[in-house]
Structure formats: C-alpha cells, structure tokens
Design a protein around this ligand. Structure first.
Ligand SMILES: Cc1cc2nc3c(=O)[nH]c(=O)nc-3n(C[C@H](O)[C@H](O)[C@H](O)COP(=O)(O)OP(=O)(O)OC[C@H]3O[C@@H](n4cnc5c(N)ncnc54)[C@H](O)[C@@H]3O)c2cc1C
Length: 423
C-alpha cells in the first residue's frame, strides 16, 4: 500500500472519547488518523458533565482554555423527594481537582479538535468505516467517502451518497464510534445487556436558579431526576420516565430544521412544569424558553470484549449507562488515557500486545461488576439509612464520579461495594 494509506493507529469516531485518544497518541509521537462519518463538528449546545477525574486528565491538554465555556460545580446533593439526604463538596472526593464542569458538548469537542489540529492532525470528515479485514498482522479498514446529494424537485431532500471507497492499513484500530458501533458489529462483538431500557426526557431551559454551583439528584421511589446549572441563566433537567409518559412530550414532532413551533413549545413547557412540581417541589424558578430538548432511551450494557483482532473498543462503543451520572462518557475519557498509554508502549516501545488484552480484561471486570454483579450480590451497608436500600444500581449510576473518586462517592452513599475500579 502507498504510505498515505498506512497509519499506526486509526481512530474511528470523532466524539469526545475518540478525539482525546487521538490527541494523547499524537502527543506521544504515534502516527494517528481520525475518521468520522459526519460532515464536521456542529455547534452542539446540549451540555455534558465533566467529572473531576476527567478534568484532571484534560489538564494534560490545557483544560484551562475550556473552563470559561462551562459552569463550575462545587457541591453535589442527593434528594429523596423534597429533602436532601446526602450532600458533599467536590473537594472532599477529589482534593486535587475540587470541582466538576458542565459544558456544552460542542465546546468540548471543538476544544479537542483545536488541540488535535495544533498537534498536526486533521479530522477526516465524511469518512465512514464500512469494513475490517486483516493482512500481515495489520488491520485493513475499508472507508467510504461520503458526499451530500440533493434529490427532489419541489421539496428538496438531502441525502448522503458513497462517492468512493479506500483501504487504510493500520497496526491498530480504535472503535470510538458510539452506541451503535460499526467496529463492534463488524467484529461480531456481543453486548451484554443489564436490566430493561430506561427512558429519559432531557431539557435545557431558561430559568433563574439561585444554586449555580450545585448539582441535585432526586431519587424517587422508582425513578431518578437530576438538575444541573448551565452557563448563563439556563438549567438542565434529566427526568427518568415510564415509556407511556413520554407521550406527554411531543418532541418527536419537531422538524429536523429548527422552525418556530410556539404551540408545541408551550405544551412541552407545561408538561415539564408538572414534572418539576412532582419531582422537585423545592424548585421555585419558572420554566422559560426551551433551548434544547429530547427524549432518549438508555440501556445498561457492556461489550463482551474490548479487544479483538487488533481492534479496541472504548467509550459508548463499549458500554452505556443512563445519563444521570454521565458515567459512560467520563469512563470513556479515562479509557482513552489508559489505552493511549498502552498503545504507545506497544507501537513506540515494542511492548507485548498482552498489555492490550489486559486493558480489555480490566475494562470488562470494571463494567460488568458495576452493572451486572451489583443488583444480585451487593447490598447497602448494615448501618445504611432506609433510602439506600433497594436503590443500589440507581444510586451507583447517578454518582457523578469516575475511577477512585467513584469509590469515595460509593462510601458516601453507604453502598457496600468493593468495585475493581482503576485509579
Ligand atoms: C440525546 C442524548 C443525550 C445524552 N445525554 C447524556 C447525559 O446527560 N449524560 C451522559 O452521561 N451521557 C449522555 N449521553 C451520552 C453521551 O452523549 C455519550 O456518553 C458520549 O457522547 C460518548 O462519547 P463517545 O465519544 O464514546 O461517542 P459519541 O459521542 O457517540 O461519538 C461517536 C462518533 O463516531 C462517529 N461514527 C459512528 N459510526 C461511524 C462509522 N461507521 N464511521 C465513522 N464514524 C462513525 C459518529 O458520527 C460520532 O461522531 C446522551 C446521549 C444522547 C443520544
């Protein structure tokens, strides 16, 4: 193959996890290419929550440049109905990085893309992975070049067409291609499912709220809700709902191109206000204009292996939890750092690829013990208060912490768990 069709590592997916992996690899002098099927980064406004551990990792790439775009969080509170049951300062869990950051997802990915460009790597947009093969100890990826095509006469329809394909030879492929991972499909890696899908309504709305540096998680008898402050006078609600109750939110009728729909906005605002009164009676603010909203289902799952035939899965490609604690993305960032370190050892320093198998084993152990073993064998501590009983999995996945910080947070909420969490 000509040299331009070869690389040391191909990263599939330019989401937060793929971008951080590529950035850390390129900083170690590893030859890396990044492809994404999308046409580019859009100014996505919906927020994500960066845990203290993720901010520590991002310090390696000057996270200070990102801080002004976000809302700093110093306090975490768990409510049962209208009363707080546990509260702690972020500094108690993580003295080295004593806060969390709520930031628009678009700002995070734009920050990582800029850093990657400064490191001399351009993301290859409109490139979709469609096949994986093997040749002489390397992975051969088939990549489609996509172009936009306009069809229709009176009503134009935009679609994507395959303009051509190319083959790229890589020593390793990192599948950071999200929940519906093509890498996992092509390698026939099964996903282990835990429990039933959970349904959420997520809305970012204008509203003045006095508690700008606090995240609140509300544990209902069988549903979880969270409130995050966003930069400016905007807040984010995540409400777990039954599938039937999603009908009260006609988000799906929204057109793909934003157009004014005042009646629909009003209906959604009224339904949100009802939920807020039910779940968060302490909230006295008004529900103003909706900036962004959606409904989505989340399935607790974990890939059966994170390593196969020279390919590695990380981030949402490898696992998913509900959005309450934002654990899937933050664990993905931690995996990006661990994997970049191991790939550098193999590619640059001749380490045995056993270190990659070990990465997969540890990852599996961590996720399956979190999602699988938990409901069966773990209980609350003998001395735990009543609210901690029978809510283990919901409590665990709602904790906004990763790695060793999660172990600390588990103690705070009286869960009797010794998870194999890496630092
Ligand atoms: C509506 C919604 C709301 C959410 N809210 C929350 C929340 O509140 N809290 C939370 O924890 N998490 C939330 N999540 C999940 C969160 O977005 C993910 O955990 C996070 O984005 C995972 O990052 P990632 O980099 O692993 O994957 P992604 O961000 O999904 O990125 C994957 C990338 O791979 C690209 N790709 C896919 N297939 C191919 C292919 N064949 N070839 C090339 N490129 C490909 C995609 O275009 C995409 O850019 C939400 C998800 C959704 C859908």
């Amino acid at each position: 193959m000509p040299p331009e069709n070869k690389t040391e590592v191909l990263v599939v997916g330019a989401g937060p996890v793929g971008l951080l992996t590529a950035l850390l690899l390129s900083k170690q002098g590893v030859l890396v290419r990044v492809i994404d099927k999308k046409p580019g980064l859009f100014p996505v406004t919906d927020a994500c929550l960066l845990h203290s551990r993720s901010l520590q990792l991002l310090e390696r790439v000057n996270v200070r440049d990102l801080l002004p775009r976000g809302q700093r969080i110093d306090l975490l509170s768990i409510y049962e109905g209208s009363a707080p049951i546990v509260q702690w300062n972020c500094a108690d869990l993580s003295p080295e990085m004593p806060y969390l950051l709520v930031v628009p997802k678009g700002a995070l990915t734009a920050f990582l893309e800029k850093k990657l460009q400064e490191a001399g790597v351009q993301i290859e947009w409109n490139r979709r992975l469609s096949g994986l093969g093997a040749s002489k100890g390397h992975v051969v990826a088939t990549i489609e070049r996509l172009v936009i095509s306009a069809k229709g006469y009176i009503v134009p329809e935009m679609d994507w067409e395959v303009e051509g394909t190319e083959q790229l030879e890589a020593r390793f492929v990192v599948g950071a291609d999200g929940a519906d991972s093509k890498v996992a499909h092509l390698l026939e890696i099964e996903q282990q499912l835990f429990g039933d899908p959970e349904f959420y309504v997520i809305a970012e709305v204008e509203s003045a709220w006095e508690s700008q540096n606090e995240i609140r998680t509300v544990l209902g008898p069988d549903r979880t809700s969270t409130l995050w402050p966003l930069p400016g006078k905007v807040i984010r609600w995540n409400f777990q709902l039954s599938e039937e109750r999603l009908e009260e939110f006609p988000f799906k009728e929204r057109a793909p191109i934003p157009i004014e729909q005042p009646a629909l906005d009003q209906a959604n605002r009224e339904s949100l206000a009802i939920l807020v009164r039910e779940r968060a009676p302490w909230f006295k603010g008004k529900i103003g204009a909706i900036h962004w909203s959606t409904d989505a289902s989340f399935q607790h799952r974990c890939a059966a292996t994170a390593e196969k035939a020279g390919c590695l899965l990380i981030g949402d490609a490898a696992h998913e939890t509900n959005p309450a604690g934002m654990q899937s993305m933050n664990s993905g960032l931690l995996e990006a750092a661990r994997l970049a370190e191991r790939l550098t050892q193999v590619v640059r320093h001749g380490a045995d690829s056993e270190v990659l198998e070990e990465f997969s084993r540890k990852h599996l152990q961590e996720w399956s013990s979190m999602l699988g073993v938990l409901p069966a064998s773990a209980g609350a501590m003998a001395s735990a208060p009543a609210w901690a009983n029978n809510r283990n999995l919901r409590l665990l996945t709602a904790l906004p912490a990763t790695g060793r910080d999660l172990a600390q947070a588990i103690n705070r909420v009286h869960l009797n768990l010794a998870l194999p969490l890496a630092a």
